[in-house]
Design a protein around this ligand. Structure first.
Ligand SMILES: [Zn+2]
Length: 255
């Protein structure tokens, strides 16, 4: 064989190896496990089950408007009557169908490939917030729950978003100091009460968040009570601003 034939052979071997890998491990949908064309992606059926949030949406809460209220209506009635503590919230999708499946799979499945796919979508949906942020902070779990579940899904997402964007991510700035009962089934006001005193900014966190624009990361937001409680302590600790980026949101406005 001539020397010029070597690169061709090498390329041929590389292709053979990569097709052998995809024969053994064909790329599958991160939500349902069906075969897909691309790794770390969703199949067509799961894509169609995802209700992506696109403008026009409330510029504060990031929730879509049921009706087009016309130019100038950029803030939803809910954000005006009860302004959130955080600055702006954004989410990839409405919390139902595929989005709910993905959130559940991540929470109970410890799946890094899933965190990557979800973080990629979150970085796109929250690109404006991400660009302006100095520091990414995940919503923490209480120690007991973390110990039971072994990992914090919000920290997984935050770390992946940090890796993709090159922004710093601080997993220890914020601590959950109260084991709150599950928020499911609680009213809006009960949720806020339940979270009283739930978060604390750590001593090292105080130094890191002071004067910084923060981007809080969580998997799903329901009433915004968790985001508000976390934002309140971060702002009290001197953060310049706090925005919230989640994978999914349970909409209130306009439904
Ligand atoms: Zn699928």
């Amino acid at each position: 064989m001539t020397a010029s034939g070597l690169p061709v052979l090498r390329e041929g071997l590389r292709r053979l190896a990569s097709s052998a890998i995809s024969l053994i491990y064909p790329p599958t949908c991160v939500a349902c496990g069906a075969a897909t064309g691309q790794p770390h992606a969703l199949c067509a059926a799961c894509w169609s089950g995802l209700r992506l949030i696109e403008r026009p949406y409330c510029e504060r809460l990031g929730t879509p408007f049921a009706l087009d209220l016309g130019i100038g209506s950029l803030i939803s009635p809910g954000a005006i009557s009860e302004p959130p503590v955080f600055g702006r919230a954004r989410a990839v999708a409405i919390y139902d169908g595929t989005a709910r499946d993905l959130v559940h799979r991540l929470k109970y499945g410890d799946r890094l490939d899933l965190a990557r796919a979800m973080a990629r979508m979150m970085a796109a949906a929250g690109s404006e917030l991400l660009e302006e942020a100095d520091l990414i902070v995940p919503v923490p779990l209480h120690g007991l729950r973390l110990w039971r579940r072994r990992f914090n899904q919000s920290a997984l997402l935050a770390r992946e978003i940090g890796r993709r964007s090159g922004k710093r991510c601080d997993l220890r700035a914020l601590a959950r100091v109260k084991a709150t009962r599950p928020q499911v089934g609680l009213t809006r006001h009960q949720r806020a009460d339940n979270l009283q005193g739930a978060f604390r900014v750590t001593d090292t966190g105080r130094i890191r968040v002071a004067g910084r624009r923060l981007l809080l990361i969580d998997d799903v937001t329901t009433t915004g009570a968790t985001g508000n409680a976390a934002a309140r302590v971060l702002l009290r600790a001197g953060a310049a601003s706090v925005d919230l980026l989640t994978f999914a949101t349970v909409t209130r406005d306009g439904l």
